[in-house]
Design a protein around this ligand. Structure first.
Ligand SMILES: *Cc1c(COP(=O)(O)O)cnc(C)c1O
Length: 796
């Protein structure tokens, strides 16, 4: 690697000279990427070598999503060369920023869960811990969102770049994974061994991606499996073309539509494919006796999508390695741990027994046996029928993956204090009573290197100039900023940085969406997947109420605000797609109204992604975190906003509570029902929205406008919204909370008008955000769950 700008420039120019199309930015991108890859690959080999020599315990993080974002810039940052590479290129007439934007963005995730996995990868390597990712190499990733007449349409995304991409195909590590077929008893070396007959095999080919840690030389591995046609014979009667087509589908796209049966089979195939390929490789490459596996390997399953790791590891230990049930179970139960991400009923994974049995006959047998033994164990406990149901892995022809995950893991964690508490006292009460030591909390975090250092270099320099650069390695040291919370010069500098970031975003919005927004206005952002519980609906209805009032009340001339939305709806989620159409329609009306546009602007940033997020978080004044209390397990967007000095406008939900614990109620705007109140209403079914609407004329008006269809180009475009609000009694309490939400906005707006006081709030938020670095989260996992000892950096 290069220690100076000059050496870098020399080498870069020499390489560029050998290329044909020297002038094009694409060539520059290609040359630079090749150089960074070389620097990385040396350290990568060395890291692997050292892990082997030191026989260090290895962690494998299984996740169906890894939402990595672009890699080039982050690697330059973590290699500590971003500064001089940027300068060197500038002197040669190239803009690094523009070069970085040429990298196709891998979209291998939907949202928070996948981004968490990516932040964890960064923290593991940066803390020099041996932790690797195991996932799938979806050809398409998540779709690209394109608006047509305000409706979301989905276009296929292609991110894989075989030439410049970071992945290395490891053909020699390929293996075949079986599906379908039937189990017959067999004998091998004098013991019974179940034999799978007439299976359909799919080849799993690993692609390894380097994960570069910051300021050290640790390079870990993200291994993504790709499905390909196997050379084994097909089962009788299976047409070759059908097999080829079905095989290609396995890693074609993220989360195929699970509402259809074919989609369900495909999803289950993906899950088993990931678990089986990863586990077989881990067991084969271990450097310890099998009986010692749990002391050498830890496996974390990110939600239940990889929960088949539990029966699959049992299968490997018993069928392939000849172990008895008890010993195998002891190993599985000390190797695998599980993170729960949601309590939303519809998001808890369930599979039909018959489907599982057909696709994975041996795995289903093992799940049945796990269930039988667990039921036997709990038989003595005095439980009523309903409690027994909550302990069943298989019940009424349905396999409950979360129960399987809890029973098979040695630790189960929720992702924020409130969420873990709800798991323990309500959702998984019976399981927690049975396994009181399994459940614990580890609050999520975000990689401050990406979300502050990389996304907001202007703020990072300001922080460093005030308190030094220790915070980059130890984010908790951001505390030192408190000294500046009353320093007018610092507060002004902070405001100048914010304005600069807002200008950059405004330019982006002008270029890409042809909307002019005012950087002096309040930037109020809600960027996340579109979902009922996240309540984008409440946000847009509130904006419409403001608009109505501007038109009807000549004395109401509020301080200008720009409302920023971003997020995708699942293709089959009708309600969420209607919310998108609603936001876009209201945006059109408001942005084009000569009176209203002086006060309100609405921008829906198309195709929300990691790289767009990196532009929005630093430019926001207000962080909208308005989920129905009890529904958002943690949230991580809230933490990224906080780190960038935005003030939280939110409910008492998820990690918002811990943010408020850090900054105090004076430095956030909190409103609405508490989780306890929401759960009480749900239990008593005592919430009836018409009672509320009746007494609120402004709410009556907006509801009338909504229901007549004038906010959505026709009432046909809001039928699912109508169904929720009117026929289903507003299950997310939008109308119950909206007035308090409006009041919180009023408090916030008057606070904004005192700009020094606002910047003071902002400093407190940044200063207290260190605890939300995923470095802290990963250290907790390592100490409490994985027990990965740290090796001092001079050894590496
Ligand atoms: C952080 C992040 C999320 C998660 O946001 P929440 O507000 O926690 O739901 C989703 N998508 C992207 C691209 C992110 O960076």
């Amino acid at each position: 690697m290069f220690s100076s700008k000059e050496r870098f420039k020399e080498n870069f120019v020499a390489r560029l000279e050998q290329r044909e199309d020297k002038e094009s930015l694409q060539t520059v991108y290609s040359v630079l990427t090749a150089m960074v890859k070389e620097w990385t690959y040396d350290d990568w080999e060395q890291t692997n070598q050292q892990y082997k020599e030191q026989k260090r315990k290895q962690l494998y993080y299984f996740s169906i999503e890894f939402l990595m974002g672009r890699i080039l810039g982050q690697n330059l940052m973590n290699l500590d060369v971003h500064g001089f590479v940027e300068e060197g290129l500038k002197e040669l007439g190239f803009d690094l920023h523009a070069i970085e934007e040429l990298e196709p963005e891998p979209g291998l995730g939907n949202g928070g869960l996948g981004r968490l996995a990516a932040c964890f990868m960064d923290s593991l390597a940066s803390l020099q811990l041996p932790g690797h990712g195991c996932g799938l190499r979806y050809k398409g990733g998540l779709f690209t969102q394109v608006f047509q007449d305000g409706f979301q349409t989905e276009q296929p995304t292609v991110w894989i770049d075989e030439k410049e991409g970071w992945g290395i195909r490891r053909e020699e590590l390929s293996l075949d994974i079986p599906f379908f077929g039937s189990i017959e008893p067999g004998i091998e070396s004098n013991r019974l061994k179940p034999v799978l007959k007439d299976a359909e095999w799919i080849k799993a080919v690993p692609y390894d991606y380097p994960i570069v840690g910051a300021a050290g030389k640790t390079v870990n591995t993200l291994r993504l499996w790709q499905a390909e046609v196997s050379s084994r014979p097909l089962p009788k009667g299976k047409p070759r073309t059908l097999y080829e087509q079905e095989t290609a589908e396995v890693t074609d796209r993220l989360y195929p539509d699970a509402s259809l049966d074919a989609g369900k089979i495909l999803r289950l195939k993906q899950q088993y494919f990931l678990c089986s390929a990863s586990l077989q490789t881990i067991v084969k490459n271990r450097d310890c006796p099998l009986s010692d596996l749990a002391r050498h390997v830890a496996i974390q399953i990110n939600d239940t999508h990889p929960a088949l790791a539990i029966p699959e590891l049992m299968r490997i230990l018993m069928d392939e390695e000849g172990m008895q049930w008890e010993e195998a179970w002891g190993i599985v139960n000390h190797t695998i741990s599980y993170t729960n991400h949601t309590i939303l009923e519809e998001a808890l994974e369930k599979w039909s027994s018959s489907l599982l049995e057909r696709l994975l006959p041996r795995i289903y047998m093992i799940i049945q046996e796990i269930d039988r033994r667990f039921k036997e164990k709990t038989q003595q406990e005095p439980l009523d029928e309903w409690q027994r149901k909550k302990l069943a892995i298989i019940e009424n022809g349905v396999v409950h993956m979360a129960t399987l995950a809890v029973v098979g893991s040695y630790k189960v964690n929720g992702v924020a204090k409130l969420h873990t508490e709800i798991l323990k006292v309500r959702e998984m009460k019976e399981l927690n009573d049975h396994f009181p030591h399994k459940f614990h909390n580890i609050t999520n975090g975000v990689a401050h290197r990406r979300w502050l250092l990389k996304a907001n270099p202007e703020l990072s320099s300001l922080i460093t100039s005030a308190v030094g650069d220790e915070w980059i390695r130890e984010p908790i040291k951001l505390h030192k900023l408190h000294r500046f919370s009353k320093d007018p010069a610092f507060l002004q500098d902070l405001q100048a940085v914010k304005i600069a970031k807002k200008r950059q975003l405004a330019d982006y919005i002008k270029t890409h969406q042809d909307i002019i927004v005012d950087p002096e206005s309040v930037f109020d952002a809600q960027i996340k997947r579109i979902h009922g519980y996240k309540r984008q609906l409440m946000n847009i209805l509130h904006i419409q109420m403001l608009y109505n009032r501007i038109l009807s009340d000549r004395s109401f001339r509020p301080y200008p605000r720009t409302f920023i939305f971003g997020g995708k709806a699942a293709p089959s989620y009708r309600y969420a797609k209607e919310v998108i159409k609603l936001i876009n329609t209201v945006a059109d009306q408001v942005n084009n109204d000569p009176l209203a546009k002086k006060h309100l602007h609405i921008v829906f940033i198309e195709d929300y992604s990691v790289s767009k997020a990196e532009k929005i978080f630093p430019a926001s004044d207000v962080s909208e975190q308005i989920s129905t209390a009890s529904k958002e397990a943690s949230g991580t967007g809230n933490m990224k906003f906080m780190m960038n000095g935005a003030i939280t406008l939110g409910t008492f939900d998820g990690a918002n509570l811990e943010i408020v614990e850090q900054v105090g109620e004076d430095n956030a705007f909190i409103f609405g029902l508490t989780a306890r109140q929401v759960m009480q209403f749900e239990k008593e079914q005592s919430y009836y929205p018409p009672d509320i609407i009746q007494h609120e004329p402004d709410l009556q008006l907006v509801m009338a406008q909504l229901l007549e269809g004038s906010l959505s180009d026709g009432e046909g475009n809001i039928s699912a919204i109508r169904n929720q609000l009117v026929d289903c009694n507003d299950p997310f309490f939008v109308l119950k909370d909206i007035q308090q939400y409006g009041k919180a906005h009023e408090r916030l707006l008057s606070a904004f008008e005192n700009s020094l006081a606002w910047q003071e709030m902002s400093v407190v938020n940044i200063a207290q955000s260190g605890i939300f670095s995923s470095d802290r989260t990963i250290q907790e996992y390592s100490d409490e769950v994985w027990q990965l000892g740290r090796v001092p950096s001079n050894l590496l």
